[in-house]
Design a protein. Structure first.
Lengths: 110, 118
């Protein structure tokens, strides 16, 4: 199972909105509503930000939102803040009954 | 508090073996599916193994299949990963992660570093 495709980097100014894409196939993103997103700061463990495409766990800011269209999932961060600077990974369940992660996106707050 | 703590990492020679452990606390361990996920230095996340609540359903990534064994002991609130025939490409931080029931990972440990080198 090949990794899902994410842009290597995305940047934005404080207060702006940015969107990170995650492209797969009909065998993963397109076939299931089991897409999740993770935030990882340097040297830290990943943190769940979105699950089941668009659900936010308790405690995660409502500035983070998720969506999906066909074989592409997206994570939008609105009102960008300095603390949002981190790596972000998408993940999807696949037809192989195993999950696959995305290639990862480095978010920079200008 | 609710947490996962991995242990057992270290320096291993190519071809060697290692057993990683993950101690769970603060929640009912037996109620959750569990996973191992790894991250090579400077690289992305790679899911490597899953085990069901009772240990009767197990999955592996192709990269570790045949060389790894995941197991759990619900009486000890612990998850394990035994890895054989280790290679340089197995060098990574290994995380245990709790499964939120639809293939998302809602609780992660801090990870344990495995370095495979002669």
């Amino acid at each position: 199972q090949s990794a899902l495709t994410q842009p290597a980097s995305v940047s934005g100014s404080p207060g702006q909105s940015i969107t990170i894409s995650c492209t797969g196939t009909s065998s993963d993103i397109g076939g299931y509503n089991y897409v999740s997103w993770y935030q990882q700061h340097p040297g830290k463990a990943p943190k769940l930000m979105i699950y089941d495409v668009s659900n936010r766990p308790s405690g995660v800011s409502n500035r983070f939102s998720g969506s999906k269209s066909d074989n592409t999932a997206s994570l939008t961060i609105s009102g960008l803040q300095a603390e949002d600077e981190a790596d972000y990974y998408c993940c999807s369940y696949t037809s192989s009954t195993t999950p696959v992660f995305g290639t990862g996106t480095e978010v920079t707050v200008l | 508090q609710v947490q996962l703590v991995e242990s057992g990492g270290g320096l291993v020679k190519p071809g060697g073996s290692l057993r990683l452990s993950c101690a769970a606390s603060g929640f009912t361990f037996s109620d959750y599916y569990m996973n191992w996920i790894r991250q090579a230095p400077g690289k992305g996340l790679e899911w490597i193994s899953y085990i069901s609540k009772r240990g009767d359903l197990i999955y592996y990534a192709d990269s570790v299949k045949g060389r790894s064994t995941i197991s759990r002991d619900n009486t000890k609130n612990s998850l394990y990963l035994h890895m054989d025939s280790l290679r340089g490409e197995d060098t990574a931080v290994y995380y245990c992660a709790r499964d939120g029931a639809s293939w998302y990972f809602d609780l992660w440990g801090r990870g344990t570093l495995v370095t495979v080198s002669s």
